[in-house]
Ligand binder design. Sequence first.
Ligand code: ING
Length: 310
Amino acid sequence: MARLITIGAAQSGPIRRDENRATIVERLIQQMREAHRQGCDLIVYTEVALTAFFSHWWIDNEEELDSWFEREMPGPETQPLFDEAARLGIGFHLGYAELAFEEGRKRHFNSAILVGKDGVIIGKFRKMHLPGHYERRPNNPFQNLEKRYFEFGDGPLQTWRAFGGVVGMCICNDRRWTETYRLLALGGVELTLIGYNTPDHIPEYPQMDRLSNFHHQLCMQAGAYQNGTWVVAVGKAGVEEGVSQIGLTSIIAPSGEVVAQSKTLGDELVVHTCDLDETIAYKQLFDFAANRRIQHYGPIASQLAAISPP
Ligand code: ING
C-alpha cells in the first residue's frame, strides 16, 4: 500500500529590504492557493521566508536588527497564512527569524516550523550549524553574519509523526553536515524538509563557486540515500539586495535521485507526489541495527546509539 503525500516546494524569488511582511505573506498565500489547486497536502517554504536574508548585511543597531525577527508565531502579520492553511486544509513548513524571551533574556534563532492541515504548529527546529563569521568583513562583497545575529540552535534534531509518516526539519547549512541526516534517520525520518539561502559565491573560497550547485545537491542526495528519506529543499533564489543566490529547489527521493527541481530563480512551485513507502527498501538496505558497527567506531560510539522513532 502506498503512503502518498503531494508536496509543493515553494521556491522564493528575491525579497526586497523594504518589502513589508504583509506583502510577503500575501505572496506566500498565493503560492499556497496554487499548491492547493495542484492537490498538495503540504507546502514547503524557504529559510527566513518572511524577509530578505539580512545576515548578508552589517547591522549595528539592536532595534533595527530585532525588526527582522518575529516575536510571535503566528503573529498579527502571519496569522492570515495560518488561517488560509486551515481554510484550505493544507499543511506548511515555514522558515523565519525567531525572537524569543527565554531564561530571562532575549534570544534570536534561525527557526522553522511544521504546521498541520488544521493550521496548528506541530513542531519547531532552530538551526544548529551556523556558517559565516561573527565580525564584519569590510572587504567582502557581502557579509554572512549568522553567528552574530543568531544563537546556535540547541537541538535536538527531532522528528514528528505527521502527514502519514515521520517528518523532520533542518535549515540550510545543516544540510551540509552528514550528522544531520543520520540523527534524523535515527529518529525514523521519512521526509526531511529544508529551507536555504545559498549565495553562489563564497568570498573566502572563490574556487568553490563553480561547484555551488553541485555541492548543494551532493550533500542532500547522499543524505537522502544513506538514510532512506525523502528530502524537500526550498531556496530563496535570485539576486537579493545584491547577493546572487542559487535556485535548484529540489525534491529528492530516498534513492538519492532528484525527481523534481525548479528551473527559474524566482517564485516557483515544484510539485511532486511522494510515496513514503519508498523509504522502506533503503532503510532495510541500510539496516542501522543489523549493519552498523558503532561498537567499533571508537569513543563516540555511545553517542551514536539509536533514538527510538516517535
Ligand atoms: N547559507 C549557505 C549554505 O548553504 C554556505 C552558506 C554556502 C556554506 C556554501 C558553505 C558553502 O550553507 C546559509 N544560510 O547557511
